[in-house]
Write a new protein. Structure first.
Length: 129
């Protein structure tokens, strides 16, 4: 009897495969938080302004503003402290809750990525070479 090889194991393995995953959070079927929204929030923290974050992510300011306001509303927490322009210009800083949200979401994202990688490698070990 021949050996029982999976159809994948008889193929030449590609040079390198990596599994990818995305995380988002929903409440009652509605999007609350996504990786993109988290990246936008983090960009506000890094640039010191929502307009700077929008520019960095190449989205209109209005889109960025609406997305973060929606996250605040759905989570019931304020994420940005804003200052209107003036002689020194305006800006935004992240609230302590925003920093905590970013920290936790990144931990979850990293943990899920590690689990996906481990499971993928387990399932496809014979094909990954």
């Amino acid at each position: 009897m021949g050996s029982k090889r999976s159809p994948l194991s008889s193929r030449r393995p590609p040079s390198h495969l990596e599994a990818r995953s995305k995380i988002w959070c929903e409440r009652a079927g509605e999007l609350v938080l996504s990786e993109w929204r988290l990246d936008l929030l983090a960009a506000v923290g890094e640039t010191g302004s929502l307009s700077g974050a929008a520019e960095r992510l190449d989205v209109p300011y209005r889109t960025a503003w609406h997305k973060l306001k929606a996250v605040e509303k759905k989570l019931g927490v304020r994420l940005l402290e804003t200052q209107s322009g003036g002689s020194g210009g305006g800006g935004s800083v992240l609230t302590p809750e925003a920093h905590e949200l970013i920290r936790r979401f990144r931990r979850v994202r990293q943990g899920v990525s590690e689990l996906v990688t481990k499971r993928f490698e387990s399932e496809f070990a014979d094909w990954l070479g």
